[in-house]
Design a protein around this ligand. Structure first.
Ligand SMILES: Cc1cc2nc3c(=O)[nH]c(=O)nc-3n(C[C@H](O)[C@H](O)[C@H](O)COP(=O)(O)O)c2cc1C
Ligand SMILES: CCCCCCC(=O)C(=O)O
Length: 370
């Protein structure tokens, strides 16, 4: 029975090519940050209040004009057709049914128009939250602008610009496995260039992308823009100054620069830097309802999940992702009830106790003896 995120991973591994499982699980370098994300959540403690709960908890959110029935959104992940023949269309149907925002990856194997159609189909009897679109700004700005227009026309309600990838992270598992390209028959649908008779461009990750490009994008679109992957508080302040509407506080699930801190560890500092001027969504290592509570109490308005969605899709297709999102909902509601909270909004930071991070705890660990 699929009762935890770990169960989905175990089930997925029984069904998919180990090379693809490595692509999903893996990170950059020694994968120190991959592990740090989950470990940081485990180290945090919840300190509940008593005699103040409510019969039902409100889990709905509204962020940058997008309303959702859950604060757990689907972070952008590439190549869903690697693990399911319907790929991102199946994921979108599950997200729409759960009332969850899905961020469509620029590197998706289904086109945004078809993903949007799938979401509408599943949300037919309700009102599904809109999709958001993730973008790597390409040095070819004409191509980038056309893609932004395409995502906008498809109904995407926000742009998530990934800025932690001036070059691609060193995914050593993929290098060892020789997994350097998509298998025949699959392609990044958004990289098909109509100007060049349908040639498929590689996604450029370019170190020349700068704040000027963010200014350019700001002038090109009226959609809300979130930056994904800014980790330094000074960059968070700069984002506000450059007219960015929100942050997706993310270290790319440990797949870009290895040894950067866990995102939840950075959250209080980033929240202080933006001081409520723009909303913060956090991803990286969110595996439990209690993790969601911790992130929201420390200043995020929502959280994203990456690998769990890929495992669920691989384990059970659309039904698998539906079950995963239901599981997060059940766990979140349960954790909130136990915390004496009436919903996901306005959770106070004193709900979370953090051990001393940094040199003091490192010293204690050494003394404990390894
Ligand atoms: C298989 C995989 C593919 C990813 N593809 C993208 C992508 O196309 N664009 C992007 O900005 N981030 C991408 N990410 C990073 C996720 O958006 C997210 O930041 C990360 O997975 C969150 O951490 P988690 O996996 O621990 O939940 C990818 C992550 C994984 C695991
Ligand atoms: C060169 C293809 C880039 C796909 C981007 C996928 C991604 O971000 C990841 O972490 O993997």
């Amino acid at each position: 029975m699929l009762m935890t995120v770990q169960d989905f991973e175990t089930a997925a591994r029984m069904r998919i090519d180990p090379v693809h499982a490595d692509f999903i699980a893996g990170g950059a370098g020694d994968e120190i940050t991959v592990r740090a994300n989950e470990e940081a959540f485990r180290r945090l403690r919840l300190l509940p209040r008593v005699l103040r709960g409510s019969a039902e908890r409100a889990l709905d959110i509204s962020v940058l004009g997008s309303r959702a029935r859950t604060p757990v959104l689907l972070s952008p992940t590439a190549f869903h057709k690697l693990v399911d023949e319907e790929g991102e269309a199946a994921t979108a149907r599950a997200a729409a049914a759960a009332g969850a925002i899905m961020i469509v990856s620029m590197a998706s194997t289904v086109a945004v128009e078809d993903i949007a159609a799938a979401a509408r189909e599943a949300g037919e009897h309700g009102d599904p939250p809109p999709l958001w679109f993730q973008l790597y700004i390409q040095p070819d700005l004409g191509f980038t602008e056309a893609l932004v227009r395409r995502a906008t026309d498809a109904g995407c309600a926000a742009l998530v610009v990934t800025v932690d990838s001036p070059v691609r992270g060193a995914h050593e598992r993929d290098l060892r496995n020789g997994f350097l390209d998509l298998p025949p028959g699959l392609r990044c649908e958004h990289m098909v260039d109509p100007r060049e008779g349908g040639r498929v461009h590689p996604i450029a990750m370019s170190p020349v992308i700068s704040w000027e490009h963010i200014d350019w994008l700001r002038g090109t679109t009226s959609l809300p823009i979130l930056l994904k992957g800014a980790l330094h508080p000074e960059d968070a302040r700069l984002a506000v100054r450059h007219g960015v509407d929100g942050l997706l506080l993310s270290n790319h699930g440990g797949r870009q620069l290895d040894t950067v801190p866990a995102t939840v560890e950075l959250l209080p500092e980033i929240a202080a830097a933006v001081a409520g001027r723009i909303p913060i969504v956090l991803d990286g290592g969110v595996r439990r309802g209690t993790d969601v509570v911790k992130a929201l109490a420390l200043g995020a308005c929502a959280v994203g999940i990456g690998r769990p969605v890929m495992w669920a899709l691989a384990a059970g297709g659309e039904k698998g992702v539906r079950r995963l999102l239901e599981l997060f909902r059940e766990e979140l509601d349960h954790a909130l009830a136990l915390c004496g909270a009436s919903g996901v909004r306005g959770l106070p930071p004193d709900l979370v106790r953090a051990p001393a991070w940094g040199p003091a705890s490192a010293h204690t660990e050494r003394e404990g003896g390894a």
